[in-house]
Ligand binder design. Structure first.
Ligand SMILES: *Cc1c(COP(=O)(O)O)cnc(C)c1O
Length: 350
């Protein structure tokens, strides 16, 4: 016998490549092509002189308060974590404790099954329909909890408020998590439903729409009791996870709503323009409400286009997985970056 028999063995999440070269066009991990709000940089300078020698506030209260005020909820309804990955992992640990399986789609954020495996949570993946929409009946069966990304990744497809509300209502004995990582690019948030349902947890992130993937800020909003349980789990694990610069810069980002609306608006406009131009090149798409396009070409296999783009310094995302192996997920960059990609594609597909 070896000690290795007693090791927790897991297959980790595989993130998109973070290449070292600087001269590439990076459209593979849904980062924002614009810098964060100007106040964030100012804040970084201040930090080093005044504050770094002190421990941060364990509750990240200043950031919690800023988010509570922005989203018109009580501070007791907000939980902040090290990216929404941290918030989601903590939520799986805290809320998914049934013998019945948790439910999520077969095509969705590929961290969900990784966490379920890690925490030994039984799970069932419900197949999306041909249009990559969920079938609501799949979520109306006995279960240990539900997690849905809305809009979904990597498809970009949003679900209607009506369908989501029905699922939340039908599952009052478990927690339903809605992962709204991409909601700021034209989707509709379920936040207003918090008034009606105490089993709903809404998770969002600063990584995409607030241009701060490197800072690692994610947050959850739910009723006070739910958030209380999340905090208990977090403080049983590691108290000082959110560092001081993160708290201060996060507050600056939330304060600058005009800038936030400006960059998300630009990305939506670029997305729609690129979609039109790529349509003329023979691509078709889901109706993405995110900062990426999920594209397939009528003649040329996705894997081939992916490789050709990469060879030319343009990184997009491709999965060799059933049902999506003829699709590319293309993050919306600046107009210049997208024009460079379009220029290449026009030559390549001719
Ligand atoms: C990007 C993403 C996240 C995680 O983002 P963080 O950088 O950890 O905040 C969570 N869910 C979905 C669906 C995502 O696409």
């Amino acid at each position: 016998m070896s000690w290795e028999n007693n090791v927790r063995k897991v297959e980790p999440y595989v993130a998109g490549e973070q290449p070292k070269q600087k001269d590439i066009i990076k459209l593979n991990t849904n980062e924002c092509p614009y810098p964060p709000a100007p106040g964030v940089a100012e804040c970084a300078k201040q930090m080093c002189t005044d504050n770094l020698r002190l421990y941060p506030d364990m509750n990240a209260q200043k950031l919690v308060d800023a988010l509570a005020s922005y989203y018109h909820v009580k501070p007791e309804q907000v939980f902040v974590g090290v990216g929404s990955d941290d918030v989601l992992a903590m939520s799986f640990l805290t809320f998914f404790n049934s013998d019945k399986p948790i439910l999520f789609p077969d095509i969705t954020y590929s961290f969900y099954d990784v966490w379920a495996e890690l925490f030994r949570i039984p799970y069932h993946q419900c197949p999306l329909d041909e249009a990559f929409q969920i079938r609501k009946e799949d979520y109306m069966v006995p279960n240990g909890g539900v997690i849905l990304a809305n809009p979904n990744a990597p498809t970009g497809v949003p679900e209607s408020m009506e369908v989501l509300e029905e699922i939340i209502r039908a599952n009052s004995d478990v927690v339903v998590i809605i992962d709204e990582a991409y909601v700021d690019f034209g989707g509709e948030s379920v936040l207003p439903l918090l008034e009606k349902y105490d089993n709903l947890l809404v998770v969002q992130t600063f990584s995409k729409s607030r241009a701060m993937a490197g800072m690692r800020i994610g947050f959850a909003i739910g009723n006070e009791k739910l958030i209380g349980y999340l905090q208990d789990a977090k403080f049983s694990f590691n108290s000082y996870t959110i560092n001081m610069p993160t708290i201060e810069m996060g507050v600056e980002a939330v304060k600058d709503d005009a800038y936030f609306k400006e960059i998300t608006g630009k990305i939506v406009a670029t997305r729609e323009r690129v979609k039109k131009e790529m349509t003329q090149l023979g691509f078709t798409f889901t109706d993405s409400k995110t900062n990426f396009l999920f594209a397939t070409h009528k003649n040329v296999p996705a894997q081939q286009i992916f490789a050709a783009l990469k060879e030319n310094g343009i990184y997009v995302r491709y999965w060799n997985k059933p049902r999506i192996d003829n699709y590319l997920r293309i993050t919306i960059g600046t107009d210049e970056q997208m024009d460079a990609m379009l220029h290449f594609l026009r030559q390549y597909l001719k």
